[in-house]
Design a protein. Sequence first.
Length: 123
Amino acid sequence: MKENQKVERTFQKVCEKYDIENRAFTKEDFYRICESENITAKEMDSPTSFYLRVKSKLFIVVEEKLEREKKIFAMMHELGHHFLEHRGHKMQNAFYFDSRDKENEAEADGFALLATGLKQEAR
């Protein structure tokens, strides 16, 4: 319950900051938000999508071969890691690639569900 509130509060802040109301986020929103947040975002031939932080540089890689809906979900999931501050404890680098941290993955999925409009009740 507490994690859901954190995800919903974070999602609402992102919606307000980027003036997105009552609609699903788009691929264009993803790139606009990444640019504003200084995240280098790429669609690549990768086996999975991931969020990478190396010191102060941020990267999101999204599998280019995903179907449109799955790709947007992956984009929002990786942005979720960013906005939910999944950076680890006192770490210089955080790498979310096939992560085993179930709580962080569930939170990022929750953010993506809200952003893609698949979970409407929190809006």
